[in-house]
Ligand binder design. Structure first.
Ligand code: FAD
Length: 433
C-alpha cells in the first residue's frame, strides 16, 4: 500500500482520488457505514433528507476541477433570499442576476439605496480579490501571513459602512445561516470567498441529494479502495491500528478526519495543535407538507427578533426528487442560540412558520429531526490562526480536512487534493504548483 487514508469524508475521498490518478495504491478506512462524512442524505419515506441544511455553490473552483457537475444534475436556488420579519416576507435579490427583483427590494425598503451601493462595491472588491493572483482559497499566501490581519466578518462589513439595518436584515440572517453563527465572528476571508462564490454562481441542490457529491467521487475510485465500518483507534508513521485489532501498514498515513477525531488517533506529541479548536452545532427539522408554502426556489431567512428558525426552504421546489409525488419537503434550520428541547422547538417552529405562511403550516408532519453537534469548526480569526499550517503533521503522517483550509465543500476538496499533491512532491512524483 502506498497510502492509508483515515476518513471517507470529502477531503479523504479527494485525496484518494488524486493519489490513485497518479497510480498509487490507496485504501480509505471509514468508521461509519457510508462515505461522505458531514455530507450525507438519508431517504425517509420517499423524501431525501440532507443531514443538516447544506447547499453546493456551483462556482466552487475545486468542485469544477474535481466533480462531474453535469452528472450531479444541480438544481439552482433563486439568487438572493426572502427576509421574514414580523409576518412579512420581503425579497432581497442580486441586481446582476435579477435586476428587476433587486429594484423591487430597493422599493420595498428591505435594503436602502446607500447599502445597495455598498453591496455593489463589496461585490467588485471581493471579485477583484478572488481573481487576483493570491485568490482566496485558503491557500499558501493566507498561511504565510498567518491571518494576522484578518478581521471578523462583522468588523469587515461595519468598516465598509453597512448600516445596522442592513446587518440585521440581510447579513446576519443570510450569512449567519451559512456560518451557523449570527454574531458574524467568522473570519472575513471566509466571508469574502463565500460572497464571491454566491456572486459568481448559484446555490444548488443535486437531484439525488447532497450525499450524491461524495458518492460520485467514491464511485471513481478503484474497486475496494473504500472500506466501511473500519474504526481507526491509533495511527503512527506507516501504521494504522483498527478497533478490530487489525494493523495495516503503508508508506504514508493520511488522517482525513475532523480535528477532534484526529486528536484521538494521532500520536500524543502532535495532538496539542487541535485542543484549542471548538465546534459550531446545528439542528434541522424536516417536514412533509401537502403543498409547498413557498412555491418558489427561494431561501427564507429570518430577521425576526424571536423564534427558532434561522432559515427555511422547500428543497422539493428546487429539486422535485426531494419529495415523493404529491408532497413537498420543508426544512427549517434552527438558530444556534435556540436551545429548547426538540418538542418545544417543534412547537415554536410550527408557530413561527404559521405566522409566515398561515395555518396550513400547523399541519406539516415532522419526518426527521437532525442534530449535528460537530457541524462546522469555529472559524474566527483566532481559531484560524491555530489551524495546521501544512499537510504534513509528523514524518509519515499527513493531515487533511476542512479545518486545515476552510469549512466548506470547496475547502475539504481542496485540502484533500493538496495533501495528495504534497505526498507526490515528497516522493518526487510531482512538482510544487
Ligand atoms: C449542517 C452543515 C451544513 C453545511 N453547509 C455547507 C454548505 O452549505 N456548503 C458547503 O460548502 N459546506 C457546508 N458544510 C461544510 C461541509 O459539509 C464540510 O466542510 C465538509 O463536508 C467537511 O469534509 P471533511 O472531509 O473535512 O470532514 P468530514 O466530512 O467530517 O469527514 C471525516 C470522516 O472521517 C471519518 N472518521 C472520523 N474518525 C474516524 C476514525 N477514527 N476512523 C475512521 N474514520 C473516521 C468520519 O466518519 C467521516 O466520514 C456544512 C456542514 C454541515 C455539518
Amino acid at each position: 500500500m502506498d497510502a492509508i487514508i483515515v476518513g471517507a469524508g470529502l477531503a479523504g475521498l479527494a485525496c484518494a482520488r488524486e493519489l490513485e490518478r497518479s497510480g498509487k495504491r490507496v485504501i480509505v478506512l471509514e468508521a461509519s457505514d457510508r462515505v461522505g462524512g458531514r455530507v450525507a442524505t438519508d431517504s425517509v419515506r420517499g423524501f431525501q433528507i440532507d443531514q443538516g441544511f447544506q447547499v453546493y455553490l456551483d462556482a466552487y473552483p475545486e468542485g469544477r476541477m474535481q466533480l462531474d457537475l453535469l452528472a450531479l444534475k444541480l438544481n439552482p436556488f433563486e439568487p438572493g433570499a426572502l427576509v421574514a420579519e414580523n409576518g412579512k416576507l420581503s425579497g432581497v435579490s442580486d441586481p446582476w442576476k435579477r435586476p428587476s427583483a433587486a429594484i423591487r427590494s430597493l422599493c420595498n425598503g428591505t435594503i436602502s439605496i446607500p447599502d445597495a451601493i455598498r453591496i455593489a462595491f463589496l461585490r467588485r472588491y471581493v471579485l477583484a480579490r478572488y481573481h487576483s493572483a493570491n485568490g482566496m482559497r485558503g491557500t499558501k499566501s493566507d498561511r504565510e501571513n498567518n491571518f494576522l490581519t484578518s478581521t471578523t466578518t462583522r468588523e469587515f462589513l461595519l468598516a465598509r459602512g453597512f448600516s445596522d439595518e442592513c446587518m440585521r436584515r440581510f447579513f446576519e440572517p443570510f450569512f449567519g445561516g451559512v456560518f451557523l453563527e449570527r454574531k458574524l465572528k467568522t473570519s472575513s476571508d471566509i466571508f469574502e470567498f463565500t460572497f464571491a462564490m454566491f456572486s459568481l454562481g448559484s446555490a444548488t441542490l443535486p437531484a439525488d441529494g447532497m450525499g450524491a457529491i461524495p458518492v460520485q467521487i467514491a464511485c471513481r475510485l478503484a474497486p475496494g479502495t473504500v472500506r466501511l465500518h473500519q474504526q481507526v483507534e491509533r495511527v503512527e508513521p506507516g501504521r494504522v491500528f483498527l478497533a478490530n485489532r487489525e494493523t495495516i501498514s503503508a508508506k504514508h498515513v493520511v488522517v482525513a478526519t475532523t480535528f477532534s477525531s484526529a486528536a484521538k488517533i494521532l500520536p500524543q506529541e502532535v495532538c496539542d495543535q487541535f485542543t484549542t479548536r471548538t465546534w459550531k452545532s446545528t439542528r434541522m427539522l424536516a417536514f412533509a407538507a401537502l403543498n409547498s408554502p413557498l412555491q418558489s426556489r427561494t431561501l427564507v431567512v429570518s430577521a425576526d427578533k424571536d423564534g427558532p428558525i434561522d432559515n427555511l426552504c422547500v428543497p422539493s421546489d428546487i429539486a422535485p426528487s426531494y419529495a415523493p409525488p404529491g408532497a413537498s419537503l420543508v426544512v427549517a434550520s434552527i438558530r444556534a442560540e435556540w436551545t429548547a428541547s426538540e418538542e418545544a422547538t417543534l412547537e415554536a417552529v410550527r408557530l413561527q412558520s404559521s405566522v409566515w405562511f398561515g395555518q396550513a403550516a400547523r399541519n406539516w408532519e415532522l419526518i426527521s429531526y437532525v442534530k449535528i453537534d460537530e457541524a462546522l469548526p469555529d472559524e474566527s480569526p483566532q481559531a484560524r490562526r491555530t489551524r495546521p499550517t501544512g499537510n504534513t503533521c509528523a514524518a509519515g503522517i499527513s493531515l487533511c480536512g476542512d479545518y486545515c483550509t476552510s469549512a466548506s465543500i470547496n475547502g475539504a476538496l481542496y485540502s484533500g487534493r493538496m495533501c495528495a499533491e504534497q505526498l507526490l512532491i515528497q516522493t518526487g512524483e510531482a512538482e510544487p504548483s
